[in-house]
Design a protein around this ligand. Structure first.
Ligand code: SAM
Length: 277
């Protein structure tokens, strides 16, 4: 066991483009881990080379995870096991959550070494609200499954974040426009690399732009949430108040309707008195 690192599992975020984004702490863990579980040893090998480190790597990806996991879990009892993905934060549209789950179940300590994540980086570029966001990863590629996945989130009041590849971008944007309405959106590309860009517009504008010219490189699409709901009308307020007055006192009815419809309680109270009269 390396004396520098306690045994357990280390989830290490790595750069999504610019190798300068590897944190000193991440580099330290990679330099001292007993073994690094990697998606692709050629990709991680380049990163290790960049920091002048040679450590044993073992493949851990969708196709071998079931077979490899028990061995990794066993090693965590006495050794520091690091997990990386090809780029960005492991577990985010990448393998790893079952490794964390099983490590915890076995009583091992799990540390995270936070760092680059394309979804979060894209949110910082898009200029859309970030107070509530929903990460959707990759949408299904089949037409019906994709439409169903979009319909499922259409009413959710949050900015949406999606991963996509260049060749599928135009079709995916058109499907989003169809399923969500023509919302504001941003196509962010090649984040932290030489050709980083963020192109903003409505979904239909962006779909038209990329329909004939699929872009190269890696892409994250960010889509604004649905607009604010239309304010409740006076008729809506009257009918809600009338119904509430059959069950509640005037004050309680005004409070309930104010909360439900986002309207002013005092105004509703006055109106409730009129309705009663
Ligand atoms: N775990 C990674 C993370 O934390 O972002 C994501 C892995 S997922 C398999 C790969 C997808 O992330 C790409 O297809 C692309 O949609 C997005 N991505 C990764 N690097 C990117 C970059 N530099 N610029 C834009 N999108 C990127």
């Amino acid at each position: 066991m390396n004396p520098d690192l306690s045994p357990g599992l280390y989830i290490v975020a790595t750069p999504i483009g610019n190798l300068g984004d590897l944190s000193p702490r991440a580099a330290h863990i990679l330099a001292h881990a007993a073994v690094i579980a990697v998606e692709d040893s050629r990709v991680t090998g380049k990163l290790l080379n960049h920091i002048g480190v040679k450590r044993p790597m073992t493949p851990y990806h969708d196709h071998n995870a079931e077979d490899v996991r028990p061995g990794l879990i066993a090693r965590m009892g006495t050794e520091a096991v690091a997990l990386v993905s090809d780029a960005g934060t492991p577990l985010i549209s990448d393998p790893g959550y079952k490794l964390v789950r099983d490590a915890r179940a076995a009583g091992h300590t799990v540390w995270t070494i936070p760092g680059p994540c394309a979804a979060v980086a894209a949110l910082t570029l898009a200029g859309l609200p970030t107070d509530r966001f929903l990460f959707l990863g990759f949408l299904p590629s089949k037409v019906q499954a994709r439409a169903a996945a979009i319909a499922e989130v259409a009413a959710i009041r949050a900015t949406l974040v999606l991963y996509e590849s260049g060749p599928r971008l135009g079709v995916m944007l058109a499907a989003l426009a169809e399923g969500l309405g023509d919302r504001e959106a941003a196509v962010t590309r090649e984040i932290s690399k030489h050709f980083e860009e963020a192109v903003t517009g409505t979904l239909s504008e962006l779909a038209a732009r990329y329909a004939e010219a699929p872009p190269k490189g890696e892409i994250v699409v960010v889509v604004a949430g649905p607009g604010a709901p239309e304010a409740a009308s006076a008729a809506d307020a009257d009918s809600a108040l009338t119904e509430a007055l059959t069950r509640l006192s005037t004050g309680q009815a005004a409070s309930e309707v104010a909360k439900a419809l986002g309207l002013d309680r005092k105004t509703l109270y006055a109106r409730a008195l009129e309705l009663k009269a």
